[in-house]
Write a protein that binds this ligand. Structure first.
Ligand code: SF4
Ligand code: SF4
Length: 89
């Protein structure tokens, strides 16, 4: 039910493994190894992780054009579009 045109990605060389992004992610999309890892199947591109990262290791990037989210004109149309998209993936 949540979609955006962005996703989070970690620059492994800049990550210090502080765990702040994992604690703040509302989708449980981040797990910790030596560095943070983003599960793109759960990431909604909200950007909360990027705001708290002390080294700017995790940032948002725009999805490829064919994966970008264009808002629908009303809630019903939006709900149907998301449902259709999930059926296709
Ligand atoms: S963009 Fe949002 S959902 Fe994605 S990893 Fe960061 S905090 Fe989690
Ligand atoms: S907040 Fe930044 S430095 Fe800390 S674990 Fe996440 S990506 Fe790495």
């Amino acid at each position: 039910m949540v979609n955006s045109s962005f996703f989070a990605r970690v620059s492994e060389g800049d990550c210090i493994g502080c765990d702040l992004c994992e604690e703040r992610c509302p989708m449980d999309a981040i797990s910790m190894d030596d560095v943070a890892r983003v599960n793109l199947d759960r990431c909604i591109g909200c950007g909360v992780c990027a705001v708290v990262c002390p080294t700017e290791a995790i940032k948002l990037f725009r999805k490829d054009k064919d994966r970008q989210f264009v808002p629908e004109k009303d809630l019903f149309t939006a709900t149907m579009a998301i449902h259709q998209q999930r059926r296709e993936t």
